[in-house]
Design a binder for this molecule. Sequence first.
Ligand code: OGA
Ligand code: MN
Length: 201
Amino acid sequence: MHTRHHEFDPASRAIAADGWCVLPTLMTARQTHDLAGECSTMHDEQLLTSAHVGRDRDHSALRGDRTCWFEPLALSAPQGAFAGRIEQLRIGLNRALMLGLVDSESHYAMYPPGAGYARHLDRLRHSDARVLSAVFYLNDAWQESDGGALRLHLADGSYRDVYPHAGTLLLFLSAQFEHEVLPATRQRMSIACWMRQRDIG
Ligand code: OGA
Ligand code: MN
């Protein structure tokens, strides 16, 4: 019997063992640059809106980011490249881990200087669809002294800080890891993505 090796086997093994991992090779530098440019332009054109406005209640104390959902039927070229790679990752994770991931949802997020996101879980109260959180970072030349880490809280009470360097993808199980975004001294851009199972809740 042949053993086939797949691009996302190391990530699958890390998710199985630890429930989280960092993947630095999802997109090329050019693709990441194009996503950052689009996010920045959309922010300048005021197309990103406060996450706490609209159907959510007043979450302004909880999160300070501005977001814009990707429209699956109207993806830009940079978004299409991202969505294509996320599909390959979704299929690879399903193959290795049988997670039953059927689709994903993604949004751009921009945190102004000083903004953060208080400690939370990504699993929503009314739905257990979100299985895997994937946060992709868009910030060139990020320094740890800029702040802005995503602080991932582990089961043993310790934490890991992941800095939002352009090209870094952080993956973690949505139901298991509380996390927070620490404030930064500069603007901080990301794509937050959730891979979903059929909602049986
Ligand atoms: C979220 C989130 C983290 C980040 O949108 O739920 O935790 O680093 N985002 O942008
Ligand atoms: Mn989150």
